[in-house]
Design a protein around this ligand. Structure first.
Ligand SMILES: [Zn+2]
Length: 231
C-alpha cells in the first residue's frame, strides 16, 4: 500500500511538470531550441562540468547530443534492411537492433537533454564509444572515474548502468542525461507518445511492432535504467 501511494504521488507530481511539453518534441519530430546541440539549460550545465573536469586533465567532448526522429529512422531502417538481407526474421532483426539502437521516437537523444561523451585528452581512434575504452587503460577511463565522482553535482546522471540484473540496452558508460529536464520527457513518452510510432509508414518492420512489443520494450528498454532517474 505504501509503495502504491508512493507510485501515485510520483505520477501526480510528474504529470504536473510534464504538462507543457509537446509530445512531438518528445518523439524527436520537432526540435527544441538548441545551443551546442543541447537545450540551453543543459549546455550551460555541460560547460560548467567540462571546465571543472579540464582542471584535472579530463577533456570532456560530447560526440553526440540531440538527434532527430528522421536521423534515428535512417539508422533503424539501414540496420533493419541489412539484417533482413542476411536472413534474419523480422522479429529477430528488431531484437538485434534494440540491443544498442533505439526505436525511432524513443531515443533519449531526441530531447536535447542527453549526451554521449568521451575524453579528448587522450588519443582516440576508430569507434570511440566502446565499453572497453572507458575502463582500465582505455582513453576514456579517467573521464568515467571523474564522472562517477562529479557528474551529479552538475545535474548529469548515467542512464544505462553496468548493473548485472538490468535488462534493455547494454551498458553505455558514455551516455549521460540532464535529469531535472529529461524525467518529464520519459514520463510523456512511456505514458502516451510511444503509441504514435507504429503509425509511420516509412518505418521498416512497423507491422511487427505490436502491443506485446511496446509493453516489453517500455518495461525493459525505456524504464530499466539507473534507478536514480526516478527520484
Ligand atoms: Zn547516447
Amino acid at each position: 500500500m505504501k509503495a502504491l501511494l508512493k507510485g501515485l504521488f510520483l505520477c501526480v507530481t510528474m504529470h504536473t511538470s510534464a504538462q507543457h511539453i509537446d509530445p512531438f518534441l518528445v518523439l524527436g519530430k520537432t526540435s527544441p531550441s538548441l545551443v551546442g546541440n543541447m537545450q540551453e539549460e543543459v549546455y550551460k550545465a555541460y560547460e560548467q562540468m567540462r571546465k571543472a573536469a579540464s582542471k584535472v586533465g579530463v577533456d570532456i567532448k560530447a560526440v553526440s547530443a540531440h538527434r532527430s526522429y528522421h536521423r534515428q529512422r535512417e539508422i533503424w531502417n539501414a540496420k533493419y534492411s541489412t539484417l533482413i538481407s542476411q536472413g534474419l526474421s523480422a522479429k529477430d532483426a528488431i531484437q538485434e537492433i534494440i540491443t544498442y539502437s533505439t526505436l525511432p521516437g524513443t531515443s533519449r537523444h531526441h530531447w536535447g537533454t542527453d549526451i554521449d561523451i568521451i575524453d579528448n585528452a587522450n588519443p582516440q581512434s576508430g569507434d570511440v564509444l566502446l565499453v572497453e575504452k572507458f575502463y582500465g587503460d582505455g582513453p576514456s577511463s579517467a573521464l568515467r572515474s571523474w564522472m562517477n565522482q562529479n557528474a551529479a553535482d552538475y545535474g548529469f546522471l548515467e542512464v544505462y548502468t553496468d548493473h548485472p540484473n538490468r535488462k534493455g540496452f547494454a551498458h553505455e558508460p558514455w551516455h549521460y542525461t540532464y535529469h531535472s529536464l529529461s524525467k518529464a520527457y520519459l514520463e510523456i513518452l512511456t505514458n502516451h507518445a510511444i503509441s504514435e510510432i507504429a503509425k509511420d509508414e516509412q518505418l521498416l518492420g512497423r507491422e511487427f511492432l505490436d502491443t506485446e512489443f511496446f509493453t516489453s520494450y517500455t518495461v525493459e528498454h525505456l524504464l530499466d535504467i539507473n534507478p536514480a532517474l526516478f527520484d
